[in-house]
Every structure is written in structure tokens, then in C-alpha cells.
Ligand binder design. Sequence first.
Ligand code: GLC
Length: 693
Amino acid sequence: MIKRYAFGTPLTTGAVVEQLPVSAEAVPYFGVSHDGDAVSFTIALDKDDMIFGLGETLRGINKRGHLYRAWNMDDFSHTENKNGIYASHNLLLFAGEAKCFGVYFDDPGEVEFDLGYTRMDTAVITSKNGDLDVYVIEEPTLIDICRAFRGLTGRSYVPPKWALGYIQSRWGYASSADALRIADEHRKRHIPLDGICMDIDYMDDYMDFTWGKSQIPDMKALTDELHDKHIRLIPIIDAGVKLKEGYETYDVGHEKGYFSKREDGSDFVGGVWPGPSCFPDFLRADVREWFGREYHKLLSQGVEGFWNDMNEPALFYSMEGLQALKDAAKKLLDEDAPLPAFENLKHIGGALANNPEDYMRFYHELDGKKVRHDKVHNLYGAHMTQAAAEGFKSCDPDKRFLLFSRSSFVGAHRNGGVWQGDNSSWWSHILLNLKMMPSLNMAGFLYCGADLGGFSCDTTEDLVLRWLQLGVFTPLMRNHSALHTREQEAYRFSCWEDMRNILTVRYALIPYLYSELVKAALTDGMMFRPLAFDYAADPMACRTEDQVMLGDACMIAPVYEQNARGRHVYLPEDMLLVRLRSAADFDLVKMSKGHHWIDLELNEMPLFIRRGHAVPFAAAAECVDEIDATKLTLLGWLDGDTTLNLYDDDGYSAELDLANGLHEIKVCVRGGKAEAAADGLTLDASRLIIGKD
Ligand code: GLC
């Protein structure tokens, strides 16, 4: 059951698809207090209460014990002290002996979540502007709460099936030659690959929807050539439009008044990669329509997927900030006693990027009213995602395209996926990647993943290999790194064959992963779940955060420490360990509920299958198009007859429905023999362990 409570004058955020009537009662569970515009919601916490949610945030799965802030921010250093990064997913789930409910704060501005930080026994959630809807969700279990939340906020985006393939990316890929070389280096070693991301350097002078003719003389020829190799090109699009007369996107945006404006009506200008840039007012439907159609310039060249970036929006500086810096520098040059002037210059320089004052300098139009940016800051990226998705639809309504974004808000999960932003080549970030997956799923984002191998800092061979072993399970499986860091394509390393072998596991699992993704979308379920969601009565499982559930059948537990040759796992029930070296090389070990040490050499990764369940496994393939989903081996430990439901479709049609080949295959295992209620599917049950011991 969901109830809506309104405070102040709530703005339309686009998060919710079902308009509920406002309840006249007082909001339950929380004490409400006001301080100026701000409104706070306070709740006492029992000793063992857990708090889940907040989607894309740092730290643990159980969010209790820290201070978080919903304020989308371009932050490239994901350290523990940070209160927030690129996204605002204001959903909390409270779980404890006397609590089981969810609450969503539908507020497009700044919200602070003090979750037992100031006082360990109290959580206080504060909306700075005080204009919001609060939805309280009461259901018997945490999974049911998330399902109800998705009922409220709409069905999750499902990418085309090829987007579950391995994607290679790097800041610096700029030309046809780069893309073809990457394709070739993978194909000649039989390292699987389905996509190559182009970063900002492919553009002509960092201008969106252009490409440098010297780097890419013929875009269509490039996408065709890659397509013949079953590889898709995935260009980046940034939120800021370069301010340059004669550049069509800028000229039209400026002439039609599509850019966000200052109070005096002039276009707000901020610096990003292209230098001084203007920012489309994505909150306006007509602007989204226009910007969405700009994607056609690349779609018509055979592009089928994009990543949207810098859409918090990131601001390196504003023209006003730059002027203040110049003035301070001049003052320093002119002064006799330079110390205070120097301190002032340092302060202004340090506060230039993503400055809160700059976010108060421009305006949007929402619900027919002029709204200052900071009041709706967290919506910007989500509305850019919407613009792109609408553009894809106006180009080809029958086709699914790949789209993932850096910034997001609840609601964007209907239109695209997300990546977890600029992580680092640190071992702790493997764990961070893992922990964010279920939290993102709670908020509705199913297609997600992190920069495998790490974005900033120089990586190491073993880090890339171990990280790929987690990436095998994340729907977005992309290796991405920053300019000037160590090159980290799989083929660069002495252990590239181990990396290739691990990638074959990904392709073997795609029938399962795709099925679980589609199933989660269709049933408003979660592909990744904390153990606490599935084993709520098991205190050990509730406190385990370095293992997560994946789909109906599996649990994953990656190695995330350098030089480790195994790891500890807690099995909340009997499970089958599949110790994998490749799609063709693995062993199966039956393990009983409880604590175990698992030996795992550097080239080995674990997958745990719950007793009584089976996982379909395909033969190795080098691209998604080549996966033979009609011949599947079943892995599992079965005591008796069992049934599993496998979803599949044509992998690209816009609507997930029966007309487009969506089908649910019931796979039944009876007396050790597997049967599928679908023609043309061969099932091999030889990897099933049947029987009691
Ligand atoms: C941002 C993105 C990163 C990208 C870089 C250059 O930092 O998060 O992925 O490589 O910009 O475009």
C-alpha cells in the first residue's frame, strides 16, 4: 500500500507515473518539523534497524551511520567521506524488528539524509526547499516494497540484447583507426566484444552531434564495418553545447531560446570540455524534442547506442566565476601586502568548479513556471536521458537502443541505464561496484555497471582480471579508463588469455542474465538483491555485504583483495559452487549452509547456485549475435523435479511483448531429464547434480 503526503508546493519531477491522491492524514513513522523553508522528517532507530536504498551512493548497502546528500555532483574521487555523487535516488527502506516500510522523497532539490550520523539512534531527512511529495510504502517484505515502488515509478528500461555483451572504452579513442584497431585486437585473439565507446575526442572540437572529419572521414562506413564484425559504436554526448556561432546545434538552440537562461534572459554560459557552453533546458518538452532529434544525426549513420555525460550538469566554471578569479588575480598583482589577496585567489580558484552559487544563476521552465536551477538541480540528467530516449523513438519507434547516463534521478530508470561514474583503479572499488548494484536495482535501475579496471589511476593486471570476474555479472560490462592512465584493454596484459577465458563465462551466462533482466523489468523485480532481502530472518545474511543475490538462482561473491587466493563466504543455504576458469572449464562443488573458505586462483571466479535451482549456460561465443540460445547446458544441484522460467525475445524490438518474440520458456527437470516447453531448444542436463548428497 502506498500513500502520498504533500509538503509546500511540490513540483513535477517525472519520477512517478501513477498520480495518487494526497492523503489528509499526518505522515506516519516520522515527526515533522519546519525551519524556514526546510522541512525535516525524524524517526527513532532501534539498535538493530537497517536502512537500505539511496541508489547510486557510496559506502555500504546498509546506509545507516552516515550522512548523505541528494545533490548531483561531478565528483571524480569516490572516497568514503563523500556524501553523494552523480545521482539522487531518494528512496529509503527501513527494516528491523518493528519496522518494514519504504519512503520516497520526491524532491528535485537538495535533500540531506542523516541516517544515524549526528545521533546513532535517530535518522533525520531534511528537504532544503520544503516542496515535495513523500510516499510511504507499506508491504510485508523489502522485495515487495521495491516492487510497489516500481509500480509507482514505472517499468525499468531494458537495453537491446547486444548491450549485454562486453564493451571496450577509453577516454582517448577518437578515430576510425582507433575503433578498428580495438576491434581487430579483440577479434584476432578471440576476445569477445560487442561494443566500442567513443569518448569526447571523436567530436569535432567537442561539439555534440558532430564528428571530426579528419579522425572519422565516413561515420556510416565505420559503423558498417564494425557491424560486419558484430560490434557497435557507442558515442558519448555531453550536456553542454559549445558556444560557437556557425555550429548548428548552438545556433538553433540560441535562436529558438532553448538554452537555460540567467535572470536577465541571456543564455547562461559555463565551461565544460568544449570551453564556454550553453545548457539546454531539458525540463521543457519542446527542448527535449529538439535535442532528442539531434541524436538522429548519428542514428542515421548506423549508431545504435549512446552514453550521456556531464549532465549533473558539471560546470568547470561559470563566466561570472572566471571573472571573479581574474579580479582576484589582478588584486594580488596590484597589492603590496599579498597574503590575504593570495588566500582569496586560492579560495576562488578552488571553488570554481560545480560552485553552488553558479547553480543559482540560471533558470528552467517547469509546469509553465520559471524555476531557479538549484530548486530542481537533480532533475537535469534524468531529463537529458528522457530527451535522448524520445529522440530514439522519433527516429525508430520499433527499435530498442542502448543508452546509459552518468547523472540520474528516479524516473530515468524507465528510459536508460547508468554507469557508476569516475571510479579509480583501487581494489576497494570492486567492492563499491558490487554494493551499488542492489541499491541501484531498488531504485529501478537494472542496466548498470561500473568502469571495469577502474577509471582514474594506473591499474594492474590482477585488478583488471579480478574486476572482470565481477563484471561478468553486471548488465553493463564495460572496461573504461581515463586519459593518460595505463592502458587497460584486456589484450594489453600478459594474462590476456585468462581475461579472455573469463569473458567467455559472461557470454555463456547471457541467456540467464538477459532472462533475469527482462524478468525483473516485467515483474518490477530486482536482479541484484542484498542477502538481507532474501534471508531476512538470518542475522548473518542481513549483515553480509560483500556477497549479493543475482536473479532467482544465484549468489555472487567476487574476490576484491590483491594477492588473495580465495575468500571467505557465508552461505545462507546449501549451494552449488561453480568454480569457473572459462565457459568450458569449471568444477562443481556441493557446499552446505554456513561459513566456508573458498580457494580461488587468480584465473578462477566463483558462482553459487542455490540448491534446487538451475542456471542455463550457453557455449562460448565472441559476440551476442553468435550465442546459441537453443542449446543450453543446465548447471545446478537438484533434489527432485524443478521448473525454471527463462525469458527471451528478439533482443531489439521496442516493446517487450509476445508480438516481438517475447517468450517465457518453462524448463522442467524430471528424474534427471530436462525438458523445455518450447520447440527448437535443446537442453543438456549433464551438469546437473541430482540427488541428496
Ligand atoms: C567524465 C566521464 C568519463 C569520461 C570523461 C571524458 O569524467 O565520467 O567517463 O571519460 O568525462 O569525456
